[in-house]
Design a protein around this ligand. Structure first.
Ligand SMILES: Cc1cc2nc3c(=O)[nH]c(=O)nc-3n(C[C@H](O)[C@H](O)[C@H](O)COP(=O)(O)OP(=O)(O)OC[C@H]3O[C@@H](n4cnc5c(N)ncnc54)[C@H](O)[C@@H]3O)c2cc1C
Length: 367
């Protein structure tokens, strides 16, 4: 089949590889000018580890394995350690593999079969489906016909909006925003564990791995309406959220975020849909079932779902194949989305009392 994959994130890249490997003719269209590989380390867990083995990637993923969570400590305003991050509350098992998002994205991009077509700087504009295919008009003005569209365009999926309706129907905001920025000044400093500072409803953290460093922010907020592609708007929302707080290294980290042309900023939200397919269009990854950064399972779910989709896809009966994909993927999504519960209370408590109680609880559990 001639397949268009919208989005070249973890879901789009793995979908493309799995579909090309099974003989399909795949084009990926990515809105950005390049593969967006930045972000904080992510986890490959459970059955997704077996999937990466089947994709021939597991050995390389293991070579890039990180151990970040067990080096993370909560600190006070003077930078003194007050409690370690309780790793057991994050990991499912010791087999979970933590890896830099950029390393996994690069491995997936390198694994793309040579015959995959990748188009950057473009996006689906309209989709018109008839009995035998889907006519796609791209934002660039180009048109092309495909047998199947795979929407892998993330939490704010264009494919989902065009085919299933406005995102407000499906997206549930969990009351927290996350931002991740490069921190070049810290690069290479591996002498300290990763410090994580809280004040009520706010978290600011430094993560160091390889020769890189990141500033990571999580803050509580109601839903904010803004243009998701407006980087200046994202920087303003972030800066306003931390305004007036001069303690620890908050001003310096906010300045780094404002200087980063690739700042990652989004809400911690989940996508809940009654079905992920209709006609010749199917959704995968965050577009279908975002679990939020609080779950630590978005990438695992993307790897699982795109494998199931490729295995189950049936040219003679698309609906039956999609139904089997959903049937296999749904249980993982239920578990993954449920894992987000409590994540914000641990990492970004709402009040000073809650911050103190968390630290006390962790210390008590250690003694
Ligand atoms: C830059 C970036 C950094 C991230 N950092 C973290 C992190 O630190 N921690 C975490 O837990 N999760 C992070 N995420 C989310 C995480 O990658 C996903 O939850 C998970 O890997 C599932 O991936 P996905 O491919 O479904 O969605 P995403 O990773 O969001 O990928 C979607 C892709 O589609 C592209 N796209 C969007 N709209 C269109 C369009 N209309 N047309 C074409 N392409 C489009 C995007 O540019 C992106 O490349 C990040 C996502 C991105 C894009």
């Amino acid at each position: 089949m001639k397949i268009l994959v919208s989005g070249a994130g973890m879901a789009g890249l793995s979908a493309a590889t799995n579909l090309v490997t099974r003989g399909h003719d795949v084009t990926i269209v990515e809105r950005s000018s390049h593969f967006r590989v930045n972000g904080s380390p992510i986890d490959v867990r459970g059955d997704a580890i077996d999937i990466t083995a089947k994709m021939g990637l597991l050995d390389k993923i293991r070579e890039h394995r990180l151990h970040m969570t067990d080096q993370t400590v909560f600190v006070d305003a003077d930078g003194n350690a007050v409690a370690p991050l309780p790793v057991a509350e994050f990991d499912d098992s010791g087999d979970d593999i933590e890896i830099a998002r950029e390393d996994l994205a690069n491995l997936l991009a390198e694994a793309l079969p040579a015959e995959t077509t990748v188009v950057f700087n473009d996006s689906i504009g309209t989709l018109t489906e008839d009995g035998t295919g889907v006519e796609v008009r791209f934002v660039s003005g180009r048109t092309e016909r495909f047998d199947l569209i795979v929407g892998a365009d993330g939490l704010h999926s264009t494919t989902r909006r065009l085919v299933f309706g406005p995102e407000k129907q499906f997206v549930e905001h969990l009351g927290v925003y996350v931002a991740i920025a490069d921190l070049p000044a810290e690069a290479g400093r591996a002498d300290l564990p990763n410090p994580t500072y809280n004040y009520p409803g706010r978290m600011a953290s430094i993560m160091r791995y390889h020769d890189r460093a990141l500033a990571v922010f999580e803050f509580r907020s109601d839903w904010v309406d803004y243009d998701y592609h407006d980087l200046d708007a994202q920087k303003k929302i972030l800066t306003d959220a931390y305004a007036g707080h001069g303690q620890w290294r908050v001003p310096e980290l906010i300045a780094a975020a404002n200087a980063d042309p690739e700042l990652y900023f989004d809400s911690c939200s989940q996508v809940h849909m009654p079905t992920w397919h209709t006609g010749r269009v199917v959704l995968v990854g965050d577009a279908a079932h975002a679990a939020s950064g609080l779950s630590g399972r978005g990438t695992t779910l993307a790897l699982l779902g795109t494998w199931f989709l490729a295995e189950e896809l049936r040219e003679d009966d698309l609906a039956a194949g999609f139904a089997r994909y959903e049937e296999r993927q749904r249980p993982y999504v239920r578990t993954g989305q449920a894992a987000a519960a409590g994540g914000a209370d641990l990492v970004t408590p709402a009040t000073q009392e809650a911050i103190d109680a968390r630290n006390e609880r962790i210390r008590a559990a250690m003694s």
